[in-house]
Structure formats: C-alpha cells, structure tokens
Design a protein around this ligand. Sequence first.
Ligand code: FAD
Ligand code: EGU
Length: 478
Amino acid sequence: MEKPAEYKKKVIAVVGGGLVGALNACFFAKRGFHVEIFEAREDIRKANIVRGRSINLALSHRGRQALKHVGLEEKIVSKGIPMHARMIHSPSGRQSQLPYGTKGQYILSVDRANLNKELLTEAETYANTKLNFNHKLQDWSTETGLMTFARLDGSKAQVQADLIVGCDGAFSAVRKQFLRRTRFNYSQTYIPHGYMELTMPPNNGEFAMKPNYLHIWPRNTFMMIALPNLDKTFTCTLFMPFEDFEKITTGDKVIEFFQNYFPDAIPLIGVDALKRDYFRLPAQAMVSVKCSPYHIDDKCVLMGDAAHAVVPFYGQGMNAGFEDCIVFDEILDQLNEDIGAVLPEFSKVRVPDDHAIADLAMYNYVEMRAHVNSRWFLFRKHVETFLHLIMPKKIIPLYTMVTFTRTRYHKVVERWHWQEKVINRGLAFGAAGAACGGVYLLIKHPPNISKIVFPAEKIWSMLLALQTPEWCHRLTSD
Ligand code: FAD
Ligand code: EGU
C-alpha cells in the first residue's frame, strides 16, 4: 500500500552496525524509511585490525531466509563453506561422521567480518540510508527519543529519531533505559565456561582436516569445535570452565592438557603456535540474556543480542537475530507500518520464540557439560536418526527443527516435548508387548524347566544391566 510522503520521511535510527543492525537497515531501507546506522566502532571495511568475537559462524536456514529477503543470500552462500556433517573426534583420534540430514540439509561456515562488511555495503546502496561510524550511544530519552552519541574526538552528537532500533549487542546501551522502567523483565546469566579461539593453519597448502564438516571434540566439561575458513584454516573454539583455563599457566601445561584431551589436534595446530596462541587473549565469557517486552511505546525496539543473547551451544544466536528482522518485517506488513501497533505485536509474537531458543541453548550447554563425550554424542545422534528413519513424519530430531526449518522456536519446544512423550510411550508399549508375546509363547509352547530357567535368567540379567548405571557409565566414560 502506498504511504503518504510525509510518513516515509520518518527517521529510523538503528543503533549498532553489527550483523543484525546492518541487516535490519537493509530491511527498513527497502521499505523506504529514512535509515541511519550509528555504530560505536570504526568502519570495519576500512580497518586493518578486526578484533572482537568469533571469526566464523554457522549460518543455517533461518539466517539464510533473512538474507534472501534483502537479496544477499547467494552472495553470502557463495562465500560460505558447506558443512554436511559433524566430524566427531574421539580421544584416541578416531573420527566418525554424522550427517546433518539429507543432501540438501547442510549448514554454512561463514566469515563474521565478511558477512558484516557485505551487509553494510548492501545497506549503503540505498539512497535513503546513512552510516555513521565512531558513534557510540551514551544515553537516550524515552520521552523525546533524543539520543546522545560520543564521537572519537570526544565531542558529542545529539540525534532525534522517530524510532530507535536497538541492535547494539548483548551489553546494549539502548536497553539501559528499559531497565529503569516498571514491568520490564530482565535476567542475565554468565555460564562458568569461557571460550578461546585457536587457528589451525593449512597443511601443505591444504585444509589440515576435512573441510566440509563441523569438527567436534566432545569431552564432558571440555569441548572443542572447529569450523573451516576460505583461507584453508580452521578456527578452533575451545570451551572450558574458567577455573580450568586459569590452571593452565605455562606453554608446557597447554601441551600436556592437549595431550590428555585433544592429542590429534596438537600436530595440526602446531606445538609452538599452541603454546603462543593460548596466552594471546584471555578466555572470553558467555552470557545469556532474556528480557521482555522488547519495546517502549512507539519509540524503541530491541532486536538481536540486545534483546536475547543466547549461549552458542545451538549455533543460533545470529540466526535468531536475523529471524527477528523477518518477523518484524512481516508485522510491518500486517499492520500497515503503524509503528504504535507494530512494536507491541512484535514483543508479543517474538518474545516466546527468543526465550525458547535461549532455553534450548542453555539446556544443551548443561547437557553437554554433564555427560557428553564422543561415544555418548554418537549414540544419541544415531538413536535420533533411527527414530526419524522409522517414523519420518512423527519424529523429527530437535536440531533439525531448529536448524533446517522456520518452525517457531516455541513450537519446536512444544513438538519436542510431545515427541519425547511418544517415544517413552512407544518404549513402554514395546516392552509390554514383548512381555505379553513372551508369556503367550511360553503358554503355547511350554518348554521343559531346564530350558526355561537358563534363558529367563539371562534375559532378566540383561534387563537389569540395561537399568544399571554401570551400562550408562560404559557409554559415558571414555
Ligand atoms: P553484535 O554482533 O554484538 O553487534 C553489536 C554491534 O553494536 C557491534 O558492532 C558493536 O560495536 C555495536 N555497539 C555496541 N554498543 C554500542 C553503542 N553503545 N553505540 C553504538 N554501537 C554499539 N550465532 C550463530 O548464529 N551461529 C554461530 O555459529 C554462532 N557462534 C557463536 C560462537 C561464539 C563463541 C559466540 C560468543 C557467539 C556465537 N553466535 C553464533 C552468536 C552471534 O555471534 C550473535 O548472536 C550475533 O553476533 C548477534 O548480532 P548482533 O548484531 O545482535 O550483535
Ligand atoms: C558452537 C560454537 C554440535 C559454532 C550443538 C551440534 C556451535 C557452533 C549442536 C560455535 C555441538 C553443539 C548445532 C548446529 C551448532 C550439532 C546444533 C554449535 C555451531 C545441537 C563458532 N550446533 N553449532 N547442535 O548438532 O544444532 O552439530 O562457534 F557441538 S551448528 Cl554444542 Cl546444526
């Protein structure tokens, strides 16, 4: 529907020119709003040193759909490296692959800096966008929408906007105003784990490991993950409790630690590189943030990590943030761009979904550190795959719904709980059925006693073995 010219002059200020902010600017620019991005850092396209969080990310369906909306899917996908399966590394160095699904089901390893650059460049192609770098939001007024930015030279800039979109990450400055208001819910949790990134160089000009995989070394409380980069390196991310990071104080201790848990990675990363890079940067913290609502009146809305920082144990943070942009766009359509109605509707629709993925990611973190080693990981995934194979319509693995569909996250959780019930019921009925069948056969063909006692005992002890933690231990201890 055609909007009055006056309306289209509305200024949307996007605070934060990270992944979600830059994408959001494209969505708003496409609609004809006047968009200004305010980013605290310098223009990363001109900077030589790119510091900051993880070098590469897993891009999946939700994120790709959002990129498609702004015409960037092909460009980003062509520079991504498909990962069709996980490669599980056991402590002995054995590698086993577990496909993500059928041929079309793969995730992509994308370079964070490149993705951010492409998004900024795309936003800039619109005549109605303006990018302001070196503008750090300090404060804003919920009454007037007036924002105060600090510039590099120490000067201040005051800017007025009709709508403020807070995309300024997990430690959002925009969100500070929300915290002072009544009936605003907020929770933040730092997990005891930190992460550290190590680079695995190419070996004789080739990838040191198979490139089209998400490499995983699951070791209960320790875990390492490696994603491939276009320059044939891998970025390895080591997840470990902070107290364990702190125990490793010398280069020799680093090697000893890797010798114990990730021996196969030592020659691939290199002893000297390992000793050096481990101490280059301290381990980084991970935080989970949940809040609601996401808006203040018709003035301001939060998206991406500013609204929901999730722990990275589902590879969904950016994907969820990108999906926020699609959902907001859909609501703008439904409600004729009436911002006063769109903001509360966005909170209503999106909060349950973002909270659901935050919970799922935290659940997976707790589960993985509790007892996930390579054997358990393989076992569980095989069970999931098998159940999907025999009941393809009824049982869909949780990660499949999260990663390869746009099923609303809260529906994914509902469906998952339902499936668990079906599986448990199936197991119970299966056991009862087998027992009845056994009794029937015994009555129909009564065997002589000497024959029955022996197998009955054996079956009984097998059933008992299934229940004992002993059996569980054999699976969960390497
Ligand atoms: P950010 O990327 O944090 O961007 C915020 C921007 O706002 C920055 O540019 C910052 O400079 C700017 N800013 C901050 N404060 C101000 C201010 N006061 N004024 C102006 N600008 C400001 N997600 C995935 O989907 N897949 C993965 O595989 C994945 N792996 C991850 C691995 C790790 C170890 C971590 C920590 C996260 C991972 N994530 C992953 C999550 C992903 O990194 C985030 O969800 C994503 O970066 C969020 O984007 P954002 O734009 O909301 O926030
Ligand atoms: C963590 C850090 C494997 C990138 C969760 C899987 C991640 C990623 C998994 C990081 C795991 C864990 C899934 C994807 C993905 C798996 C997933 C985690 C990408 C349940 C750059 N996770 N991640 N689950 O299934 O759905 O392969 O840093 F080890 S991609 Cl923790 Cl699909």
